[in-house]
Design a protein around this ligand. Structure first.
Ligand SMILES: Cc1ncc(COP(=O)(O)O)c(C=O)c1O
Length: 407
């Protein structure tokens, strides 16, 4: 029986399958995400116009307040001007599929980003259409990648995606179509429309016989993890990674495993209470779908079905699974915006603040800290996966705009 520990606003359990980490697990993980794939993504994305490392911020005062030894925050708010780490994944997959199509057509090796950006293949790329379902950030990345490399793009959003997030996707020239139901319904809709129209789905989640493109997306995310490796002189003892379909968490898990081996940090997957598909899958020991409207302020995490390849990595790769209430995500945003003790102010959206949300909810709960393995000596890394990706919601929660905060 798995021992679930509950505090007000959070719950957690140690992953019973963390023991299944033999050679077979390592081989399965590397068959999905590997150094080669991360190297390719790093080389390609490093070539894109305006690529810059995002900062890793030290938060010593907040660490003290939370009873931790150190706290670091990987701040993705400035990633390519899109506001989240997602800029790395969808757009990279769009590049890869265009490069592969050109290679197949001309019998050459896949062209580098600069060759496509230079316009040499403009006509054939212009005849391609990419599509996906999104709760905001992934679609923004796909639309941006399509605009950057010159193909058409149709994005499907579900009923509760905010108007701000819709407009942010449309800004990159995509047709944005709202469909009834939740995120998982929109995923099915995008797949059906792609099939009917001969478009290519660029999804961040895998399904039967569809793996390569989401794996490209995950290798793209690995650029962020690789930056962390360069920015941290010694590995943190813990990392908290928020999960929607689990692609981000799986990418970070694999990249850290490859680089740090046994010295890698203890890995906790964090999800909203109402959309905890990895948590439920961890309890069941196999992928479990969470039904309902998946209602949460952490919009990027409102997913009811884990990506199967992400699950292959996280099923044994995660050390613990945790849930946190929306109220703590909102508190986390405010805490980041109004730091004390000389820590830098941080613009973090609802989803970006979910790691801090878990720490805030559990700071006084020794039983949960024990499950997570946290104590006064812990050096914790938080993945600040987004900034104010919906500026109107950000202002409503924090009381100021991101620009006002940065002044
Ligand atoms: C800002 C942000 N953080 C984290 C995630 C979670 O990523 P994944 O769905 O790969 O678990 C998302 C997903 O959309 C997101 O937008």
């Amino acid at each position: 029986m798995t021992n679930i520990v509950v505090a007000e606003g959070a719950s957690a359990f140690m992953n019973p399958r963390a023991a299944d980490r033999g050679a077979a697990y390592g081989a399965a993980r590397s068959a999905i995400l590997n150094a080669d794939g991360f190297d390719h993504a790093e080389a390609a994305i490093g070539d894109w116009p305006d690529y810059r490392e995002t900062p890793l911020l030290a938060l010593p005062a907040l660490a003290g307040r939370l009873g931790l030894g150190a706290l670091a925050y990987k701040d993705e708010s400035g990633r390519f001007g899109l506001g989240s780490f997602k800029a790395l994944g969808g757009a990279y997959a769009v590049y890869r599929l265009i490069a592969r199509a050109i290679a197949a057509r001309h019998g050459i090796s896949p062209p580098r980003p600069a060759e496509i950006l230079g316009g040499r293949y403009r006509n054939e790329v212009g005849g391609m259409t990419v599509t996906c379902a999104t709760d905001g950030n992934h679609g923004r990345s796909v639309a941006w990648g399509a605009q950057l490399f010159g193909c058409r793009c149709v994005i499907y959003i579900h009923a509760t995606v905010s108007e701000g997030r819709r407009a942010a996707i449309a800004r990159y020239g995509a047709d944005v179509v709202r469909v009834p139901g939740n995120y998982d319904d929109s995923v099915r809709h995008a797949a059906a429309e792609a099939e009917r129209n001969g478009w290519t789905v660029v999804s961040d989640t895998t399904y039967e016989s569809y793996r390569d493109i989401p794996i490209d997306v995950m290798h793209g995310y690995g650029v962020m993890a690789r930056e962390v490796l360069r920015q941290m002189p010694e590995p943190p003892t813990h990392v908290l990674v928020q999960a929607g379909v689990g692609a981000l968490a799986a990418s970070v898990c694999a990249a850290f495993w490859l680089a740090w081996g046994p010295a890698r940090p203890r890995f906790t997957v964090v999800e909203p209470v109402n959309a905890a598909c990895l948590y439920q899958s961890g309890l069941a020991g196999h992928p479990v779908a969470v039904p309902g409207d998946l209602d949460t302020v952490m919009a990027g995490l409102a997913c009811g079905e884990v990506s199967p390849v992400a699950w292959e990595i996280l099923s044994a790769g995660a050390d613990a699974f945790a849930t946190v209430d929306d109220a703590f995500a909102l508190e986390g945003m405010r805490v980041f915006a109004d730091p004390s003790g000389g820590d830098p102010a941080i613009v973090s959206g609802e989803t970006g603040a979910s790691g801090l949300a878990l720490l805030l909810a559990t700071a006084d709960s020794e039983p949960i800290r024990e499950v997570l393995g946290l104590d006064g000596g812990s050096r914790v890394l938080l993945i600040g996966s987004e900034g104010d990706t919906d500026p109107a919601i950000y202002r409503q929660v924090v009381g100021r705009s991101a620009d006002e905060l940065r002044q």
